[in-house]
Each structure stands twice: as structure tokens, then as C-alpha cells.
Write a protein that binds this ligand. Structure first.
Ligand SMILES: [Zn+2]
Length: 672
């Protein structure tokens, strides 16, 4: 290639200077954000133009290098538009960020349909390419074919228009959930059963009314502890209608748009298209997997339900059934009685700050890295920033945005901030969560399930950072098959079960007393009661996500399908007016592939079985896992990573043991 194109290549692969979409004052103004994204998109287009203009034989250096630079700029812009859409303090910035996210998604869609780029990649010589590079190219070409790059111009334009519509619907759907929080009012008496610190934070107004929001720290305790069924029902309905009715039509439009895309591409349904490049491979394989899950959990779920129902009948003779709004409450009551474990009793040992320190220390020991507080600015003063060091050298950075804030996303998630590329970009990632705490006088006492969630999200974070040292942006961090992505998160969840590890950070927030071993034992026993029911609930979400994308959307009645599936899979009684589909946020990102959680749970439990229970952090499984799985990012097929780490394919054994054996042990000890 000539001197001119060499210069073009250098310009196109330059690292863009200002890698953050916010400044020292927090998020930039909408105008500045727009300019920041525009600069990345210009760099993206420059790289593509240089790629297409290359003359002579195509090589990895003159073609793939430019393609990856284009991906790099796009993922940087997309990641931060996405993060600011979820967390920016000012609504004007969030609105702008949503538009920018849409713009970036459109650039991505245009790239996926760019025939010139596809032809260039196909023509490229892979002589001497590493296995990771070959995998990257194969995945990319498969993505192109699935996107419809080989269709005629008019069809590609139609596909681009449909992608634009689908993206808009997805963003609107998420935004309505994010900003659609509701409130309910309650009297003091109705809060009976709730923890003292909860009552302290919810004082009645002059008229004696207490206002509760549908945010997680307000909602979750009501569903678990409030003895008043009427209050639980009001909260349940408010929570499950927080984006209703506006999201009903949006969801229908989204499903129709996806189905049309699938039809144009020659697929029977969106579910077949969306699984074609996943580990699962097809909607039919998902159904086979679900049948196994159904069988594995059936008996356990029946027994669990019978035990809880029997317990309720002893308290309230004549009870015929337990409804969906009372499940959490009665499980908690049953656990207290059967296992002598009150989940409130451990909350004082899990104040937010200590949990944060404990999770960080666990990960640091497991992966042999170090976290130091960073003076770097984030998008809001409430965000803590940490730098990641390995052998004295900085290898990444992460942002913890962990408590609710007005207008902020209401869920728990991990998100890339800067896609790492070895020698070019240091990986950065964020946790966006809604844990209790964060206020001046609020210690933020977590339920133990919150602590498990913290481990989960931190597993994602480590994947982004440790997997963010790859040669190509296109295989960095989360760039595995989508249905492998919940393995690292669910694997780290299991570390919560270790007594020594828990005792290193679970200390009473007032007395400093270490969480006693006896309480941990009870917590674990009680906490594992309900696993069969958890699997059934996952089956319900999974089947819903699949069915909505595996039929003609024209005929879908959301109220009918949600009720029918729930009733067929779960023993609790449905409540009319429950519009959960309108706030089922995973339908945008995972679409038909919510099965990912259950599928990856099977893999994660098998992975966890490789660790020495007597020395979780010290055994060599941690280093092997880091090297063979996390550090790979998307450099290998998920199937290969499973085989590399396990020496075989995943098996159901660890999952079944987790589901049933421990359950039997508990029943023996409960009835002993
Ligand atoms: Zn996750």
C-alpha cells in the first residue's frame, strides 16, 4: 500500500484523546455530549473509509486493523451513551444520551450491512493469524451473514430502517421503566413486620401517611416482611404497572419489528435468528434445555409448595392457595419457623460499605489484583471510582454507582465504559445498582440476597476488566456469545456460600461482632430452601421471553400469555392487573434469550465445582479460571472455554445436586 493510504491508516487507528463523555463537573451538557459522540462517529467513519479504500491484497494489518479501529470508536461511543442514558443526573443529558445511543446503534447497523466492508473482510488473507484473530474474523463474517449483508440494496435499506425502529422501541421501553417509578401511601399500622431501620427512614407526614416508592430498597422489604396482605398487593401492582400502559404498545411494535427482520432474513422466527450465533444455536435447542430444567425442578417445586402451604394453613386455617404477592412473605415466615432463621437478623452484619469492601477484597485475592481508590471524576458525586493494579501496573478502572437516584436506572447491572484493547485502551466498566444506603445517616443494611447480587455484578465487572486486555476491540471483555455472559457473574455468586470469606467482612454495624458461624449455617440452609421455586420462576421468565419471540406477534395477548404461563409453571395464584410484561426490561437486551441465566447457572455451578471448598481463594482453580475463561473475553467460542476449564462439556450434575440434594438435607434437619 502507498504512502497516502499508510498515512490514512495511521490517522484512522489513532486513539481518540478524550475518552470520557463526562468532565470534572459530571456529565457534559447535551450539546457537548452530542459533539463528543460526533467526534467518535467521525473517527469510526474515517476508519471505514480508509478500509474500503485499500488497494491491492488485503491483509490483517491493512484491513482487520482498520475494521477493529472502527469497532473501537463505535463501542466507546455506544458504551458511554448507554451509561449516561442510565445514570446522568440531569434529564436533558439523559434524553440526549438516548438519542446518541440511537445514533450509535444506527451506525452499528449500517456497518453490519456494509457490503464493501464485508467483501474486504472475506478477501483478507488469514495467513499466520492467531487462533483468536481467526475466531474474531469468523464471528464477524457470521454476524454479517445473519445481518443480511448479501441481500440487495433495497432489502438492506429496509433492514436498516427496521433496525432503527427496533432500537427506538427498545430505548423507549427501557426509559419508561427507568423513569416510571410510582409511589403508594400507607399508614404506620400497615408497615407491621418491616425492619426498624426501614420504619426509621419512612416517617409519617402531618396527616399520618407514609409514602413508599417502587424503587428496590423500598419495594423489596415490603414484599418480604410486611404482614399486611393489602399493602403487599398495592406495592406489587404499583411495581408491576410502573411502565404500563405506555409500554404495552411499544412492546407489541418491538416484537412485530423483530419478526419482520427475521422473516426478511429467511428465519421462521426472531428466536431462531437470535439464537443462530449463540452457544444454544436454535430455538428448538432452547426448548430442549427448558424441558430438562422443567423435569429437574418439578418434584422439588411441588414439595416446597406443599410445605409452605401446609405452614400457612396452620396459621390461617382454610387457606386455599397462596397468591403471587404473598410468596416472598410466606417463604420468609416459613424459613423463620422451619430453619430458625430470620433474614432480618443478618442485615446488621451487612452494612453497604463493609459489603463493598468485602466483595472487592474477595475478588482481589481470587484474581491476584489490587484495587485503589481513584481521584478520577465520574458522572455524579455519588459514584466511587477505583483503579485496578496488577504487579504495580494499572490495568483498568471501575465506577460504582450503587444507590438509587432520581431518574437513574432502577435495576442492577454492569456496563462497559471503555472497551479495553491491549496497548491502546485500558478497560473501564461500571456497576449501576440500587442498593440501600448512600445517605448520610443510612448505613444501608443489605438483605443477604443483595450481597449475592453484589457478587454477581462484580463477576461481570471482572470479566470486563480482566477480559479487556485482548488484541482486538471486537473480542474484548463481554464479546463472548451472549448466552455465555452470565457465567462469570453467577460463578462469583457462589463465593457467598463460604463461611470464612463471609466472616472476613460481615460484622455488626454497631458492635463490630463477626457474623456467628451458627447464623451463617442457618442462613445457608434457609437460603437454599426455595431453589426449586427459583428455577420455576426462571422457567416462567424464560418461556415468556422465548414464546413472545417465537410466534406471530399479531396474535399476542400479553395479559393472556403471562397469566397462562405463570399458572402452568408456578404454583402461586396469579393476580389480575399484573402487567409485568410492561416492565420486563430484559426483553430489550436479551429478547428471546432470557434462557441465558438458567443455562449459564448450569455452567457456573459446574465451574464452581472445580474450586477447592476448603480453600476457595487459595486453590489454583482461580488462576486457571482467570486465564482460561475471563482473560479470553470473546477470543474463543464459549463451548471451547467450557472444555478448556472443565476438560469436558458442562453437565447437569452440579446443578441437580445444588437443586435437590441440599434440599433433602434441609428437610431432614428441618424435620429432625
Ligand atoms: Zn448478570
Amino acid at each position: 500500500m502507498g504512502a497516502d493510504s499508510l498515512a490514512a491508516t495511521q490517522v484512522a487507528t489513532q486513539v481518540t484523546g478524550d475518552i470520557h463523555a463526562w468532565d470534572a463537573s459530571g456529565a457534559k451538557s447535551p450539546e457537548a455530549l452530542n459533539a463528543w459522540v460526533s467526534a467518535r462517529l467521525v473517527a469510526h467513519e474515517t476508519a471505514i473509509a480508509a478500509l474500503v479504500a485499500v488497494e491491492g491484497p488485503r491483509t490483517i494489518e491493512n484491513t482487520l486493523r482498520l475494521y477493529d479501529a472502527a469497532i473501537e470508536h463505535l463501542s466507546l461511543a455506544g458504551a458511554q451513551a448507554g451509561v449516561l442514558n442510565s445514570v446522568a443526573t440531569e434529564k436533558a443529558v439523559r434524553d440526549q444520551a438516548q438519542m446518541e445511543a440511537q445514533r450509535v446503534a444506527m451506525a452499528g447497523s449500517a456497518l453490519s450491512l456494509n457490503r464493501g466492508v464485508y467483501d474486504a473482510l472475506v478477501a483478507m488473507s488469514l495467513d499466520g493469524a492467531s487462533a483468536a484473530t481467526r475466531h474474531f474474523v469468523e464471528r464477524t463474517l457470521l454476524g454479517y451473514r445473519l445481518a443480511g449483508v448479501d441481500k440487495d440494496q433495497a432489502t438492506r435499506e429496509r433492514l436498516q430502517a427496521l433496525h432503527e425502529k427496533a432500537t427506538k422501541h427498545s430505548l423507549d421501553f427501557s426509559r419508561n421503566i427507568q423513569e416510571g417509578g410510582k409511589t403508594i401511601v400507607a399508614t404506620q399500622a400497615e408497615l407491621d413486620g418491616l425492619p426498624t431501620d426501614y420504619l426509621g427512614r419512612h416517617q409519617p407526614d402531618a396527616g399520618g401517611q407514609i409514602t413508599l416508592t417502587t424503587d428496590q430498597p423500598d419495594m423489596q422489604p415490603v414484599m418480604t416482611f410486611a404482614s399486611n396482605p393489602d399493602l403487599r398487593e398495592r406495592m406489587f401492582i404499583a411495581y408491576n404497572t410502573r411502565a404500563y400502559p405506555e409500554n404495552k404498545q411499544i412492546l407489541l411494535d418491538l416484537l412485530s419489528t423483530r419478526q419482520e427482520i427475521a422473516s426478511i432474513l429467511g428465519f421462521r422466527s426472531w428466536a431462531d435468528l437470535a439464537t443462530a450465533d449463540q452457544m444454544m444455536g436454535s430455538a428448538a435447542n432452547v426448548r430442549n434445555f427448558l424441558a430438562r430444567l422443567e423435569e429437574a425442578s418439578r418434584e422439588g417445586a411441588v414439595r416446597e409448595h406443599e410445605l409452605v402451604l401446609e405452614f400457612v394453613r396452620a396459621k390461617q386455617p382454610g387457606t386455599k392457595a397462596i397468591d403471587i404477592t404473598s410468596r416472598g412473605y410466606w417463604y420468609e415466615q416459613f424459613r423463620r419457623s422451619a430453619f430458625d432463621f430470620d433474614s432480618q437478623s443478618v442485615r446488621p452484619y451487612f452494612p453497604y460499605k463493609q459489603v463493598e469492601a468485602g466483595v472487592l477484597e474477595t475478588a482481589a485475592k481470587l484474581f491476584k489484583i489490587e484495587f485503589r481508590r481513584s481521584p478520577a471524576a465520574a458522572w455524579d458525586a455519588a459514584v466511587s471510582v477505583f483503579d485496578v493494579y496488577e504487579e504495580g501496573k494499572q490495568v483498568g478502572r471501575f465506577y460504582l454507582d450503587m444507590h438509587p437516584r432520581e431518574g437513574k436506572d432502577k435495576w442492577f447491572s454492569a456496563a462497559p465504559v471503555v472497551t479495553g484493547v491491549r496497548g491502546r485502551y485500558m478497560p473501564e466498566a461500571a456497576l449501576i445498582c440500587n442498593f440501600p444506603g448512600g445517605g448520610e445517616d443510612d448505613p444501608g443494611l443489605l438483605q443477604y440476597s443483595d450481597v449475592v447480587t453484589y457478587f454477581h455484578e462484580f463477576g461481570h465487572l471482572m470479566h470486563a476488566i480482566l477480559g479487556g486486555q485482548t488484541e482486538w476491540a471486537g473480542v474484548s471483555g463481554f464479546a463472548t456469545e451472549g448466552d455465555f455472559i452470565e457465567v462469570p457473574s453467577q460463578m462469583l455468586e457462589e463465593f457467598f456460600r463460604d463461611e470464612r470469606l463471609l466472616q472476613s467482612f460481615a460484622k455488626h454495624y454497631e458492635t463490630g461482632e463477626v457474623l456467628p458461624a451458627e447464623m451463617i449455617r442457618k442462613m445457608k440452609t434457609a437460603g437454599s430452601f426455595g431453589r426449586a421455586d427459583w428455577v420455576r420462576t426462571q422457567l416462567y421468565y424464560t418461556t415468556l421471553s422465548l414464546d413472545l419471540h417465537d410466534q406471530d406477534p399479531g396474535g399476542i395477548e400479553f395479559d393472556e400469555i403471562t397469566k397462562r404461563l405463570y399458572t402452568s409453571l408456578v404454583p402461586w395464584t396469579w393476580l389480575e392487573g399484573n402487567r409485568m410484561y410492561a416492565s420486563f426490561g430484559h426483553l430489550t437486551g436479551y429478547s428471546s434469550n432470557y434462557y441465558t441465566y438458567a443455562f449459564d447457572k448450569v455452567i457456573a455451578l459446574d465451574f464452581f465445582g472445580q474450586f477447592d471448598p476448603a480453600d476457595l481463594l487459595g486453590c489454583d482453580a482461580g488462576a486457571r479460571y482467570r486465564k482460561l475463561v475471563l482473560e479470553q473475553g470473546g477470543s474463543k467460542a464459549g463451548r471451547e472455554m467450557v472444555r478448556d476449564f472443565l476438560g469436558r462439556d458442562e453437565e447437569f450434575t452440579a446443578f441437580s445436586k445444588w437443586l435437590n440434594e441440599e434440599f433433602d438435607n434441609q428437610l431432614m434437619s428441618a424435620t429432625a
